[in-house]
Ligand binder design. Structure first.
Ligand SMILES: NC(=O)c1ccc[n+]([C@@H]2O[C@H](COP(=O)([O-])OP(=O)(O)OC[C@H]3O[C@@H](n4cnc5c(N)ncnc54)[C@H](O)[C@@H]3O)[C@@H](O)[C@H]2O)c1
Ligand SMILES: N[C@H](CO)Cc1c[nH]c[nH+]1
Ligand SMILES: [Zn+2]
Length: 434
């Protein structure tokens, strides 16, 4: 972990760079993959399953038998844990339902808005180095509440050509319509362009590694919607002397273990805590099965010693972390000053891992600084907001002159005439009735 003491503001941009490869370099690898999928469809998916996932597949589609088999393989305690997480995630996302009342903007002019589900959505479920079945819940539950009709899921097969049973079990639980055994950029291409087995979707959701994220960003330029760039995981921790160094180390490692391109940050006003966390990291990392990955990722880690909490928050808002843990005495007060972050965790007993799995909030979040402009996945991500309006005869008389004036000033006379023709008609009918 690189320690940086009292950095001047002008140096922040350089110190806060992400370890992810430059988008241009990743794009060089991803573009030919997308092109091949567009041209060759399922044949390309089978080719990349062998080339990149070392899986010999005879069929890309997960069969009903495979799902039934998976349901038997998941243990009862895991099913119980999943059921509890499901309830919490459902509760939090149900609370996001919007009740929009019609608004009368002028007498006779009524406007309202309705949330309508996106009919066909695509999920990418990461499975390269760990089977992230929790992501199935994070995407599937809000999609179900929203009422999306068709959910097409893609996830990488393992070397035996199989998908992890817990991924299949949760997919069945949330009502996924079709599961395609394909990972990486090729899966994103399949969802964006469609193949004989993969229906083309209107919006692609889900996190993934740099290849997945770059592919999502590329297909977004070609017309398909995406949730957001949700790439390699990140966590930043703001700690004071009330924080527990062992907890901090555990939280840093929990995101470092995601992959070699994950990044973790510690920001503190307390020099002593840095040394204590460093000691804890050495001890805790040894116990992790993914310690090699975490060790590489921890080389991307930075620790900032800052003068005060004001400066800490400015630095963190500049970084815009995917996850921010505030482990300070006045965590709730400091949280008010957060303007750029995907999801915030307050206090010593709020580990980020709770949000990854079960507290209720969504774990599909913007990385790489995109939290400056994007929100994480929510119920709204699965909806379009359609606006409606109705204008009565009296309403048109009230609003007509305003529109005519503005249209004329924009030199759009057909617009003006769409109003004037009606106003004249109303005048004529009034005259005829007198
Ligand atoms: N931001 C979020 O909300 C969030 C949530 C969960 C996970 N994540 C991130 O998701 C990622 C999961 O990564 P993963 O790799 O385990 O699984 P993954 O499913 O995202 O990627 C695996 C696929 O990547 C492709 N691939 C691997 N090496 C390649 C190469 N050299 N060239 C082209 N394609 C290649 C393969 O096709 C493989 O199937 C992690 O980075 C994790 O931090 C992010
Ligand atoms: N931390 C990840 C989001 O960056 C989500 C996750 C899934 N499983 C474990 N963690
Ligand atoms: Zn995680």
């Amino acid at each position: 972990m690189q320690i940086i003491k009292y950095p001047e503001k002008e140096t922040w941009a350089n110190l806060l760079t992400r370890p992810t490869a430059r988008l241009k370099e990743i794009e060089k690898k991803v573009k030919p993959i997308l092109k091949k999928v567009k041209k060759k469809g399922d044949k390309a998916l089978l080719y990349y399953a062998l080339e990149l996932d070392k899986a010999v597949l005879t069929d890309l589609l997960v069969s009903q038998e495979e799902i039934e088999e998976a349901k038997k393989q998941v243990s009862r305690p895991l099913k119980q844990a999943i059921a509890k997480a499901y309830k919490n995630i459902e509760k939090f996302h149900l609370a996001q339902q919007e009740k929009f009342k019609p608004v009368s903007t002028m007498t006779g002019v009524t406007c309202w808005r309705k949330s309508v589900p996106i009919q066909r959505v695509g999920f990418y479920i990461p499975g390269g180095t760990a089977p992230l079945f929790s992501t199935v819940l994070m995407l599937g539950i809000p999609a179900k509440i929203a009422g999306c009709e068709q959910v097409i899921m893609t996830t990488p097969p393992n070397r035996e050509g199989k998908v992890h049973p817990a991924i299949l079990y949760t997919a069945d639980l949330v009502g996924v319509s079709k599961i395609i055994k394909s990972g990486g950029a090729q899966a994103i291409g399949a969802l964006a362009y469609g193949t004989s087995q993969t229906p083309r979707v209107y919006k692609i959701f889900g996190p993934g590694n740099q290849f997945v994220t770059a592919a999502k960003q590329l297909v977004a330029k070609q017309g398909v919607a995406i949730d957001m760039p949700a790439g390699p995981s990140e966590v930043a921790i703001l700690a004071d002397d009330t924080a527990n160094p062992a907890f901090i180390a555990a939280d840093l490692l929990s995101q470092a273990e995601h992959g070699i391109d994950s990044q973790t940050l510690l920001v503190t006003t307390n020099e002593e805590i840095i040394q204590k966390v460093a000691i804890e990291l050495v001890a805790q990392i040894e116990k992790l099965p993914r310690k090699e990955m975490a060790r590489i990722s921890m080389t991307n880690s930075r620790c900032f010693l800052v003068r005060n909490h004001e400066e800490a928050l400015d630095l963190l808002n500049e970084y815009a972390p995917e996850h921010l843990i505030i482990a300070t005495q006045d965590a709730k007060v400091l949280a008010e000053r957060v303007i750029n972050a995907g999801s915030v965790f307050l206090g010593n007993y709020t580990p980020e891992a709770a949000g990854d799995y079960a507290s209720g909030t969504n774990h599909t979040l913007p990385t790489n600084g995109f939290a400056k402009a994007y929100s994480g996945v929510s119920l709204d991500s699965f909806m379009k907001k359609i606006t409606f309006q109705h204008i009565t005869e009296e309403g048109l008389q009230n609003i007509g002159g305003i529109v005519e004036k503005m249209a004329e000033a924009e030199m759009l006379i057909a617009h003006k005439e769409a109003i004037s023709i009606r106003l004249r008609h109303l005048q004529e009918s009034k005259a005829n009735n007198q």
